[in-house]
Write a protein that binds this ligand. Structure first.
Ligand SMILES: [Zn+2]
Length: 60
């Protein structure tokens, strides 16, 4: 399972909601690796990122 290390804490990234892949690449139905992540996985990754980096908004 892919992990993200942030400030010394290692987070696990859940598998792709579309294809169930927990590898670095999404999987096509044929079993080959896809060039890009599925949209659902990108959105999930963004949500995780937002949790890890709550201060991403500009702090003036
Ligand atoms: Zn996928």
């Amino acid at each position: 399972m892919k992990t993200i290390e942030h400030q010394g804490v290692v987070y696990q990234l859940p598998p792709c909601p579309s294809c169930g892949s927990n590898r670095k690449r999404c999987m096509r139905p044929s079993g080959h690796e896809a060039a890009e992540w599925h949209v659902a996985r990108v959105q999930l990754f963004d949500e995780v990122n937002a949790e890890l980096l709550p201060g991403s908004e500009p702090t003036a």
